[in-house]
Design a binder for this molecule. Structure first.
Ligand code: ZN
Length: 226
């Protein structure tokens, strides 16, 4: 940042009084321009035993595969963002079933929040940011041509979870998680899920969350490629 977006004067990069990190500070109007991580909402769209991936029609990683994901917009919820990205990139209408993974990527200051979503009807096609979209069984996932490490990491865990039996058994494909989860009503905006979810303490990476339809909620960080 070179110029103040508020008054147009040059900004300095220094530690403001009372702070402990350098910020862009306008010496003219005194506005402090904070910069914080950006949130990416993603969705693993599920149809029967398959997931829907998109081949990117945009840079970066043109031509490589991803699940729908993109930056949240101001004024929307993370769930709305995940649904919107899935519509934009794959023209697929999903009902989110659970939060699946939260990954921090500190070296690029991004946080991915990835949901599982049930495709309501298989009437999808490539959106304008995709060259093509295709359903994949777990054993068909194009590991060598995935776009980003966070996508690889997420899908690796997803396939492992499927192999471990999550998502099978009593849980119907697309059935609401049995003890809550968002969307059931009664859950207030911003209120913690009353029967679990991560952050409650005691939940380790990979531990099943009762509020997640039997699937674990994965948390972790993605390090820079070496
Ligand atoms: Zn200014």
């Amino acid at each position: 940042m070179n110029y103040c977006s508020h008054c147009g004067a040059k900004v300095a990069f220094r530690i403001p009084a009372g702070d402990n990190l350098p910020r862009f500070v306008c010496e003219t109007c005194e506005m402090v321009h904070y910069q914080n991580p950006r949130i990416v909402a993603g969705c693993i769209p599920e149809w029967q035993n398959q997931i829907l991936l998109c081949r990117r029609a945009i840079e970066p990683k043109y031509g490589l595969w991803t699940f729908p994901a993109g930056f949240m917009e101001n004024g929307e919820t993370i769930e709305q963002a995940a649904i919107r990205e899935t519509l934009e990139e794959a023209e697929a209408d999903v009902e989110l079933t659970s939060l699946y993974a939260v990954f921090s990527i500190p070296h690029i200051s991004q946080v991915y929040m990835i949901f599982r979503g049930r495709i309501r009807n298989p009437d999808f096609k490539a959106g304008h940011e995709s060259l093509e979209v295709q359903l994949f069984r777990p054993e068909e996932i194009p590991w060598e041509t995935l776009a980003f490490r966070v996508i690889h990491e997420t899908l690796e865990r997803y396939v492992q979870d499927r192999q471990s039996g999550f998502g099978r058994g009593g849980q119907q494909d697309g059935a609401p998680s049995r003890d809550g989860g968002f969307g059931r009503g009664g859950q207030q905006d911003g209120a913690p899920s009353r029967d679990g979810g991560f952050g409650r303490g005691g939940q380790q990476d990979g531990a099943p969350s009762r509020a997640n339809g039997g699937f674990p909620v994965h948390t972790g960080k993605i390090l820079p490629a070496t």
